[in-house]
Write a new protein. Sequence first.
Length: 239
Amino acid sequence: MLDIHLIPVLQDNYVYVLVDQNTGVSAVVDPGEAKPVIDFLEAHNLKPSFILNTHHHWDHTNGNHALVEKYGCQIVAPAGEDRIDGAGQKVAEGYRIEIGDSIATVIETPAHTKTHICFYFEGDKALFCGDTLFSIGCGRLFEGSADDMFQAMQKLKALPDDTRVYCGHEYTEANIQFAKTVLENNDVLKSYEQEVKELRAKSLPSIPSKLEIEKKANPFMVAKTANELGHYRQLKDNF
Ligand code: ZN
Ligand code: FE
């Protein structure tokens, strides 16, 4: 089993520190900044063996270099991605990554970027999905099409309802405001809005969310066709 620690960095990014309970092996997911991560690692006496990068954007990789310098950890990055410096292992669909006894499977979700990947720890029911799936939202289509994002959503929808969703940004409240304009009378969305409001009022993260909620109240997961998803994405881009 994994201990999962959430570290807020930059404006609204989340970095995750994963520690395998059996072996103490640890990893850092998407270090957009080094300093707060190193402070956390030092305070907990952790020396990460791996960095897991979901995609190349600077707000997910900017801390890579300092962490590698300090800990000599290996960067695990998407296959076909040459925009992540120092990547030691390039992984594609179905690859397994062992963090001690905890095993992640790679799920390719090209859309936000052309090589974006997610890390799925089946045994821990935890999904690290970067900027593909947000709580009640999805990433912008910088390098892929609505069809690509639709395919990605179908893949993630196939995972169990009780999967915890660890995404790259705290965008949930703004996403809910948009979702309310396209999903009317959605009871799951209404109760989730209340829950998130209470968490955020206490400055607590809304993350992780539950995949069950996303399947029912995230417009981009609810969308029945790629066209519908593309329409929502366009509306959201101008919201
Ligand atoms: Zn991004
Ligand atoms: Fe991002």
